[in-house]
Design a protein around this ligand. Structure first.
Ligand SMILES: *[C@@H]1O[C@H](CO)[C@@H](O)[C@H](O)[C@H]1NC(C)=O
Ligand SMILES: *[C@@H]1O[C@H](CO)[C@@H](O)[C@H](O)[C@H]1NC(C)=O
Ligand SMILES: *[C@@H]1O[C@H](CO)[C@@H](O)[C@H](O)[C@H]1NC(C)=O
Ligand SMILES: *[C@@H]1O[C@H](CO)[C@@H](O)[C@H](O)[C@H]1NC(C)=O
Length: 533
């Protein structure tokens, strides 16, 4: 009996911690230029007139309606937060045209904050405001926090720091994702003419157009203001995201000097956090988001989390944890490619052991190279949701249109961002080089894609030798055993993922085996105690 009573008391305590919640649908927020934005709110019920609640404002993802966060909004409101989610201009039933996170969208955020603060019966605390969101909403959260000093905390799930990196990284047009975004905007929204125009310019390789579009939407110029106010930034991105790449999240994290946290999860764009939107329990990203909000908006104590956390590709139960970043546990190893000569492939040799060489080898442009970057979008989804990985049989790849290098490895954990240095002479002014990092089967030489990157020049000088660098996609992956017992680097001049700058058959590229042709990989020297989630 006593036990039952105490159980009931305990239950009562749990229930008491949950606020009663009121939901307001179909709110209309009139922005500075008269544009009407759709919104809804989940509100804890005040018990006394002096109650003040922290606020979290969430903007929609690209082509997702405003009620996308409703399940999380409900839970957060029960935990005592005022939640307002809204549909940015141009989408669904909000007025105006899609501004692609430009000046108008950024001004709207401040209007939305003012709206929440002006609802006196909501009893919002003006000193405790957070912006949070996924994808488009994540980018807007960072931009809004940078611009509006009323914002204390920002949470960005699958967001960007610089759109140039998303649509035009190393000047390679992100063909498939770009098309998807443009089409979706036309289907469920009203884009400004700017969107089609910028995309047309990007496909044509207009670097200036891409830069001026991206600069107005970049988080980077706001970092000094965010640092000045010590805004705690929570950044979460996914390794297989081919739109907002993990290496850009790492770069943003490294550049920001304020309080910060970085989660890198396995998954495609937004997939690691999407379960939380459908109410699946124990979604890791949302659990961590809630801890972040509780720490910085409610001052709740808790164990301090690892600064950087990376989920392992080959065993998702493992999350590598780094309390400091850059971590001394990660050693950068340099491998140097050597000529393939008459063989199938060249080797990768640890730096310092390579034979000096003045040689170069050439490949020419061709679309059928036998090296697979994955079916755009479908291939990415397949490898994440049904674990069907992107593979290439390297022995069957085209000698003419591709070249690859190989090294047998022992058990090795790669976590971080690989870097490829190239020393090349193109035959033409316009060209593109695509690089693939593979875990390779020791016997069959079937390679599994573990990272990739691309570099395009729209305006080089034909015949002029130059050095270049490609930041490859960040990874956290174990190599070893038979199936992944080697590391491979493959290069070609075409992938269906990107718009090529030049498709002439006569286009060739010479790769010079100089000190400027090398691959840097991040090797974990020791493994961190892993947590199971
Ligand atoms: C490239 O874009 C800029 C800025 O949008 C524009 O002024 C210029 O005319 C474009 N160049 C070409 C060749 O279309
Ligand atoms: C930093 O804050 C101070 C004081 O609030 C202000 O005067 C200064 O302009 C701020 N600097 C930046 C880069 O925001
Ligand atoms: C290409 O480069 C040349 C020389 O550097 C420059 O004069 C020209 O304006 C560039 N063209 C474009 C479209 O950027
Ligand atoms: C490597 O690149 C550097 C800088 O680009 C250059 O000075 C050097 O001569 C290059 N080395 C070779 C062997 O080409």
């Amino acid at each position: 009996m006593a036990l039952r009573l105490s159980l009931l008391a305990a239950l009562g305590a749990v229930c008491a911690a949950q606020e009663e919640v009121r939901r307001l649908k179909f709110l209309t927020i009139t922005s500075y230029d008269g544009t009407k934005l759709n919104a809804d709110a989940s509100l804890p019920l005040p018990k006394t007139p002096s109650d003040r609640f922290p606020v979290v404002i969430m903007a929609n993802s690209w082509s997702v309606p405003q009620f996308e966060y409703v399940i999380q909004a409900q839970e957060l409101a029960q935990a005592g937060y005022i939640i307002l989610e809204y549909e940015t201009r141009g989408w669904f039933f909000s007025g105006g045209e899609i501004d692609c996170a430009g000046e108008k969208d950024q001004r709207d955020i401040s209007e939305v904050i003012s709206y929440v603060l002006s609802q006196s019966d909501w009893q919002a605390d003006p000193g405790r405001i957070a912006l949070a969101g996924i994808s488009y909403g994540a980018g807007l959260a960072l931009l809004g926090a940078g611009r509006d000093p009323r914002v204390k905390v920002a949470v960005a799930m699958s967001g960007w720091s610089d759109l140039q990196q998303a649509l035009f990284k190393h000047n390679s047009p992100n063909l498939v994702w770009g098309e998807v975004l443009v089409v979706m905007a036309h289907v469920v929204g009203k884009p400004e003419p700017l969107l089609d125009e910028v995309w047309r310019q990007v496909l044509a390789g207009n670097v200036t157009a891409a830069q001026s579009f991206a600069t107005l939407r970049s988080v980077l110029p706001y970092l000094p203001a965010l640092e000045n106010r010590s805004v705690p930034l929570f950044i979460s991105n996914n390794f297989e995201d081919r739109l907002f790449y993990p290496e850009d999240a790492v770069a943003l994290y490294e550049q920001y000097k304020g309080p910060k946290r970085l989660l890198l999860n396995q998954g495609v764009h937004a997939s690691a956090e999407i379960g939380g939107l459908f109410g699946l329990p124990n979604n890791h990203v949302w659990l961590e988001v809630k801890k972040w909000l509780a720490t910085y908006l409610k001052g709740e104590p808790g164990p301090s989390p690892p600064a950087v956390e990376m989920q392992l590709r080959s065993n998702r139960a493992v999350r590598e944890q780094f309390d400091v970043w850059p971590s001394s546990r990660l050693q950068r190893t340099t491998l140097v490619p050597s000529p393939r000569g008459r063989g199938f492939f060249g080797s990768l040799v640890p730096k310092g052991q390579e034979a000096p060489s003045t040689a170069f080898e050439s490949i020419s442009f061709g679309k059928m190279t036998g090296i697979n970057g994955g079916l755009p979008v479908i291939g990415e989804l397949m490898q994440v949701f049904v674990d069907h990985r992107i593979t290439s049989n390297l022995l069957l790849s085209s000698r003419k249109h591709a070249i690859w290098f190989y090294k047998q490895v022992d058990t090795e954990r790669l976590c971080g961002t690989p870097l490829l240095n190239l020393d090349m002479t193109p035959s033409h002014a316009k060209w593109q080089v695509v690089a693939y990092l593979l875990g390779v089967n020791r016997i069959t030489k079937v390679g599994t894609l573990i990272s990739h990157g691309s570099l395009t020049c729209w305006n080089c000088t034909a015949g002029q030798r130059g050095t270049y660098q490609i930041t490859l996609r960040t990874l956290c992956e174990d190599l070893g055993g038979l199936g992944m017992g080697g590391i491979g680097l493959a290069l070609n001049m075409y992938s269906a993922l990107y718009e090529p700058a030049n498709s002439e058959e006569a286009l060739t590229m010479d790769f010079h085996y100089s000190e400027n042709f090398s691959l840097e990989i991040p090797v974990a020297e020791s493994k961190s105690p892993s947590i199971l989630v």
